[in-house]
Design a protein around this ligand. Structure first.
Ligand code: BG6
Length: 469
């Protein structure tokens, strides 16, 4: 569809995601020529004019001429007006009935939005129709299955794009290439050589204006169920027979279906300080219950129960209001069999392969070298592939990439329903075992998180690795 025009419907247009990510991504695709002149119909809750909407999204340039804003109360008169607008735009832009519906909404609004799309008869007639759902898809396994039934009664699987924007990040897309496109790594990518795997998505932002969503969701549903488990499945999967959307997803789902949860630490940020300013705790944020038990941090251990990974712990960690924004995958290799150079003080100098997703995209290999003028003293050194240095500084924003793939009709970067089911199975098990009243650990904003998360590794003789400090 990317060389044809299409009508884009953006539901949730006044929300955080649409304002900060989706509109800028569409604007950038338009400027780069990936999005042909196409009408973008923004549908939001606020009763505002197009001019006010443009101000809200801080849009500019020629792209704005193709932006239309409609208030979400699509009943009676407005519905009729919208129908007229759609017909008019279809004629003006010659979209030939091609339509993309992007639901940048909480998943409890998906059902009524699909009904609205049906009632407005937007799926009828010629042209390609595609629908994108923002994550998380559902609230648990059961609700996701119910939701999927509703969705699949209206759309075929090949029309459905379940978004996980991490799959559109350059270095996440690189994982499969890095593993299967090089003879260097694949032979050591297993329990014989890998001691543990760490996936960390650390954030400095708090809940911001998203309390309504976050209070219902929490970090496990917001980050583990999707971004972290998706990265894990790419790191752990077997090579697909061919690099096609379905064969890649077949391999990812096999990993997710054998995940077994281990210990888990949950936390919530309290008041802290940053650059001399007092930063409020989670419970003092606007829209959050004063006695909220919602977790803003989680660290946990899981195992991939198959022959490649038997016994190798995968440590996962993510949280809000931590001291640094960074996303890394660290593959920690086992000690060399020979103890020749590994004296007591050098115990932690393990070789590490780091996939750095943010901020400095790249891959770093950490190994030991001899300290000059010593005979056998070791010092860890790094060899680095910097994405920016090799390919230039402007790798696309993740949302730009996923939108481009929807326009192209390529589903590789989107989660299939069986992956969602397996991730929810795992997350439901994690959540069912936590007694939030007793277990929620409080950590100050802008710290490294609860000390229990460090203890999780320390008691097993390990530490969290952070390559980009
Ligand atoms: C979103 C979560 O999916 O990802 C947010 O809902 C989180 O809570 C965000 O802040 C992080 O994405 P990124 O691309 O900024 O690392």
């Amino acid at each position: 569809m990317n060389d044809e025009r299409c009508m884009i419907f953006l539901f949730g247009a006044t929300g955080d995601l649409a304002r900060k990510k989706l509109i800028p991504a569409l604007e950038s695709l338009f400027e780069k020529g990936f999005l042909k002149e196409s009408p973008v119909i923004c549908i939001g809750r606020r009763k505002i004019s197009k001019e006010e909407y443009v101000q809200l999204v801080k849009g500019n340039g020629e792209f704005l001429n193709h932006l239309y804003y409609v208030s979400a109360e699509l009943k009676g008169k407005q519905e009729a007006e919208l129908k007229v607008l759609i017909e008019e735009l279809d004629r003006k832009y010659k979209c030939k009935g091609n339509k993309i519906f992007y639901l940048a909404l909480a998943s409890d609004l998906f059902k009524q939005t699909i009904e609205m799309i049906k009632e407005l008869k937007l799926l009828e007639g010629e042209g390609k129709k595609r629908v994108a759902f923002e994550k998380p898809f559902g609230f648990d396994k059961r609700s996701a299955e119910e939701l999927n039934e509703i969705v699949s009664a209206v759309f075929r699987e090949e029309q459905i794009y379940r978004i996980d924007h991490y799959l559109g990040k350059e270095l996440v897309e690189n994982i499969a290439i890095f593993r299967f496109g090089n003879s260097l790594f694949e032979d050591i990518w297993n329990k014989k050589y890998v001691e543990n795997v760490q996936i960390v998505l650390s954030e400095t932002v708090g809940v911001e204006t998203r309390a309504e969503y976050y209070e219902k969701t929490g970090t496990v549903r917001d980050m583990i169920q999707n971004h972290i488990l998706q990265i894990l499945s790419l790191v752990a999967m077997e090579a697909p027979r061919e690099f096609t959307a379905d064969l890649v997803r077949d391999e990812k789902v096999k990993v997710l279906s054998v995940l077994e949860k281990g210990e888990c630490v949950v936390g919530q940020y309290s008041e802290g300080g940053y650059e001399g300013k007092v930063i409020p705790g989670y419970c003092a944020e606007q829209g959050v219950a004063k006695d909220s038990l919602t977790e803003t941090f989680v660290a946990l251990k899981v195992f991939v129960k198959n022959s490649r990974w038997e016994g190798v712990p995968f440590y996962l960690k993510t949280g809000k209001r931590l001291d640094k924004k960074y996303s890394e995958v660290n593959i920690v290799l086992k000690d060399v069999a020979s103890r020749l150079f590994l004296q007591e003080k050098e115990k932690d100098r393990k070789n590490v392969i780091s996939i750095c997703i943010f901020p400095d995209e790249g891959i770093v290999l950490r190994f030991n070298a001899k300290v000059p003028d010593s005979r056998k003293e070791l010092e860890p050194v790094c060899m680095e592939f910097s994405h920016k240095a090799a390919f230039g500084p402007n790798s696309s924003e993740a949302y730009e990439t996923v939108l481009k793939e929807i326009l192209k009709g390529n589903q590789t970067l989107f989660t299939r329903f069986d992956e969602i089911q397996e991730s929810w199975r795992c997350v439901d098990e994690i959540l069912a075992k936590i007694d939030f009243k007793k277990e929620l650990k409080i950590y100050p904003a802008f710290s490294s998180g609860p000390k229990e998360a460090d203890e999780l590794l320390r008691k097993e003789g390990r530490v969290w690795v952070q390559t980009k400090k």
